[in-house]
Design a binder for this molecule. Structure first.
Ligand code: KIV
Ligand code: ZN
Length: 401
């Protein structure tokens, strides 16, 4: 069976930039957009042009600089938003307007003080107007996660009639459980008239830590675009993280799906965006955290040294990490100690390792992690260096570098 493509819609520069404390100037945004294109994303959401002159300029500059990737601008279902989004995309080779409105009762009643019929009308008018500027119009039903499915169906049918090319079903508040979100997508896929004319998109927030799982259930049930951000940055607890969803698709061949992402560039883009946004990636973050390929307990280290697959299901090279690391802590065993000495060029026999190990543990109990320099000091200061042991030391250690 032929594999189906999942489009990666990166919104690091729009939803990602909504992370508290994050602000990117135009130059940085253009640099990031170029790297995203190089990474292989299908769509770059460049900004929300009506929100500020700076954001308008960023969308304009990104439109000029990007050649083979769709450049998308966000707007509300508001006339001036759409007009300004259309203007900002004038120079884009592949422009898309992303317009939409809140569809849940929470939004209709409290945000808009409106009615479902009026919301439907605004959705139609927004798509109609956006179509005057660009062919490619994505419609978002904000808070779709908490929107009643029958109303969602109605609004989807209408925006398809008026020419929407993509329909985004955001779980704006990170409310859904994966199965529930998957069912919503399946319901739309099976019941909306004309659904074959559009791509269904997921846009999941991470308030309960379920963003990636929800996106996964979305694509398993028929969505063919995932909206995500590098490092999962974004409003509140963030968005689905690009690296997670891409690697899930790559690792699970039975899903019969693929993306266009060059996964070997994932670590680079993660570091690059972390540096430019000044948002630190947590050490234990899946795929791109500093510890994602570090092993520190003795049992794991022993297994990894014997065969990597014992404790690694992802090949670090696939995401651009040269090799996994063995971190020496008080939980490490002799195998790891020996491994690290060998890496430094010291080939110790079993006897010597047995003698150094308790000294190493004494150091390790006082410190979080033992460095290469400290290993050399431990070796130098160990009894192995005593006159009595010189011979044995010389016999058992071959210094290679
Ligand atoms: O989370 C959300 O609903 C959004 C929309 C504006 C697409 O970011
Ligand atoms: Zn969002």
């Amino acid at each position: 069976m032929k594999k189906e493509k999942i489009q990666i819609f990166d919104t690091s520069l729009r939803d990602g930039e909504q992370s508290p404390g994050c602000s990117l100037n135009t130059n940085k945004k253009v640099e990031i957009a170029k790297e995203l294109e190089y990474l292989g994303v299908d769509v770059i959401e460049a900004g929300f042009p009506v929100s500020s002159p700076g954001d308008y300029k960023s969308v304009e500059k990104i439109s000029e600089s990007i050649n083979n990737t769709i450049v998308c601008a966000l707007s509300r279902a508001v006339k001036t938003d759409i007009e300004i989004a259309g203007e900002s995309l004038k120079k884009a080779k592949l422009p898309r307007i992303h317009t939409g409105i809140g569809t849940s009762n929470w939004h209709i009643k409290y945000k808009f003080n409106s009615t479902p019929d009026k919301i439907l009308e605004r959705a139609i008018n927004a798509v109609k107007l956006a179509k005057k500027y660009v062919e490619d119009v994505e419609f978002y039903a904000e808070d779709a996660g908490r929107t009643e499915n029958n109303f969602l169906l109605k609004i989807c049918e209408k925006v398809i009639q008026y020419g929407a090319t993509v329909i985004n079903i955001p779980d704006t508040t990170g409310f859904c459980l994966p199965e529930e979100y998957g069912k919503k997508i399946r319901f739309l896929k099976e019941n909306v008239q004309g659904i074959h004319k559009v791509i269904l998109s997921t846009h999941c927030h991470n308030d309960l830590g379920l963003a990636t799982a929800n996106s996964l259930y979305g694509i398993i049930n028929g969505a063919r675009q995932v909206e995500c951000t590098v490092n999962g940055i974004g409003e509140r607890a963030g968005n689905t993280s690009l690296e997670e969803i891409v690697m899930i698709i790559k690792q699970n061949k039975h899903l019969n799906l693929f993306t266009n992402i060059n996964t070997k560039k994932i670590t680079f883009i993660s570091n690059f965006i972390s540096k430019l946004t000044e948002i630190t990636v947590p050490a234990n973050k899946a795929i791109v955290g500093f510890n994602a390929f570090s092993h520190s307990s003795g049992i794991h280290q022993d297994g990894i040294i014997k065969r990597k697959e014992t404790y690694e299901s992802i090949n670090p090279k696939d995401v651009g990490v040269h090799q996994s690391s063995i971190i020496l802590t008080a939980r490490s065993g002799r195998a790891a100690l020996n491994y690290r000495y060998e890496k430094l060029g010291f080939f110790l026999n079993r006897n010597s390792i047995d003698r150094i190990y308790p000294i190493f543990l004494e150091y390790a109990d006082k410190k979080k992690e033992i460095t290469d320099e400290e290993l050399k000091i431990i070796l130098k200061n160990s009894n192995i260096n005593n006159d009595n042991d010189q011979k044995r030391y010389r016999n058992s250690i071959e210094i290679k570098c």
